[in-house]
Write a protein that binds this ligand. Structure first.
Ligand code: FAD
Ligand code: EPU
Length: 344
């Protein structure tokens, strides 16, 4: 097993933060990982499993071993008249996998087009966009317990998926390497076009008949116009999660901020509203941060929720800005916003 020393993580994180890792190993197969588990340098150091590095902010050098997952492979494992079960290895690039599904006319992931990163990280925070979350088509995942090397399967309910949450971010944090994910995709699409600008964009694209590809293309078009491309401007997408507040907190908030966008949350379609989601981007913009540059970092000019690295920012610089933004939102609105990005 080739364990490299003192490796720059600059090419491995979309924030483009120049930090180094004491040790670094790339694993291409499960056998590589079994071998790595027996290495003293692995056993005696803290570990970080890395995918595409698109949801991570490195605030300092990593004093441990970074394990870059490069498992590849996509295969159909089961089918019936309604569904096709597709297994994708953790190191597959997420968007390429979504395109593979669209090309095969398999529905369910098209609204999640163009999200950066790898398949293995998708269940970590139950990635979501445009009215769909990974949990909606997730069947199961295979993981390897880092402490024992044992293989464990997690079914949908066992992952305890929530809004940008799963067991892997909470009670099982840093305990498993996700090796593959199996999705149950629909042969007969149930299009989800009610969210945001999808319908309008489909009209602009002059789409007369809905198709899986047309929805995917509309999502790609919207995302490309709103979100900065990490290859051009370092970022990790939404820095914070959208805060969820109780009905009582919401009444007080909306009486003071009647124009605030808000989304009622129903536990099930017919149940009463108990909570509301408030867009953190709006709260941050109202605090005057949108488009503001602070040193080498700042809040993006067309999406306040995205913090960016204008070049040469340190992770700590971005983190300090995040703390300032968090404080100003709390002071102005009495609402706490929490990071979505994993701080390392
Ligand atoms: P990484 O950043 O490498 O890792 C994220 C976390 O997962 C870390 O804790 C890491 O240790 C862990 N991890 C990664 N792989 C494994 C594995 N195989 N086993 C165990 N642990 C692992 N997210 C959304 O939900 N919706 C969006 O719309 C969205 N838009 C984005 C837009 C942009 C421009 C960017 C830059 C990011 C966006 N994101 C979005 C965030 C990000 O793309 C996702 O969270 C993505 O799933 C992260 O994948 P990754 O492979 O880059 O994970
Ligand atoms: N808004 C503002 N100012 C801003 C940004 C947004 O007022 O600068 C308002 C918008 O006008 C709109 C609302 O906030 O009314 C929501 O904005 P948008 O549709 O852009 O979505 P978001 O809530 O900011 C979320 C996800 C994104 C996901 C999009 C689309 C979170 C934290 N973010 O963003 O996910 O792509 O919806 O579904 O839930 C990510 O997780 O990294 C990510 C990019």
């Amino acid at each position: 097993m080739n364990i490299q020393q003192n490796i720059s993580l600059l090419p491995y994180n979309t924030f483009h933060i120049a930090v180094a890792s004491k040790y670094f190993a790339e694993i291409k197969t499960e056998n590589d990982f079994s071998e790595l588990l027996r290495e003293e340098k692995f056993q005696s150091n803290q570990k970080l499993i890395l995918g595409g590095g698109s949801n991570i902010l490195f605030t300092k050098n990593f004093d441990g071993i970074v394990v870059k997952n490069s498992f590849t492979g996509i295969s159909v494992v089961k089918e019936d008249e309604n569904y096709v079960w597709v297994k994708a290895s953790a190191g597959e690039v997420w968007h390429q996998f979504v395109l593979w599904c669209i090309e095969k006319n398999l529905a369910g992931l098209e609204n999640l087009s163009l999200i950066p990163g790898q398949v293995g990280a998708a269940p970590m925070q139950n990635i979501g966009a445009y009215g769909v979350e990974v949990k909606d088509v997730f069947d199961k995942l295979e993981a390897i317990e880092i402490a024992t090397g044992e293989k464990v399967n997690f079914k949908n309910a066992e992952c305890e998926f929530g809004y940008r949450e799963s067991v892997f971010k909470n009670k099982f944090k840093n305990q498993f390497l996700i090796s593959s994910v199996t999705f149950r995709l629909n042969r007969i699409p149930k299009f989800n076009v009610n969210y945001g600008d999808i319908k309008m964009t489909l009209d602009e694209m002059r789409v007369n008949e809905l198709s899986i590809k047309a929805v995917g293309d509309a999502v790609i078009k919207i995302r490309s116009s709103k979100l900065p491309d990490p290859n051009v401007l370092g970022n990790a997408g939404s820095f914070f999660k959208n805060p969820v507040i109780t009905k009582e907190e919401f009444y007080l908030f909306i009486s003071k901020n009647p124009i605030a966008p808000n989304y009622p949350i129903h536990q099930s379609p017919n149940s009463p509203i108990k909570q509301y989601k408030i867009p953190a981007g709006w709260l941050i913009e109202q605090c005057g941060w949108k488009g503001k540059m602070v040193g080498h970092t700042g809040s993006h000019k067309s999406q306040a929720l995205v913090l960016v690295n204008y070049g040469g920012a340190t992770g700590n610089e971005v983190y300090q800005l995040a703390l300032e933004i968090q404080k100003s939102v709390l002071d102005k609105f009495g609402i706490t916003i929490s990071p979505e990005v994993n701080l390392v």
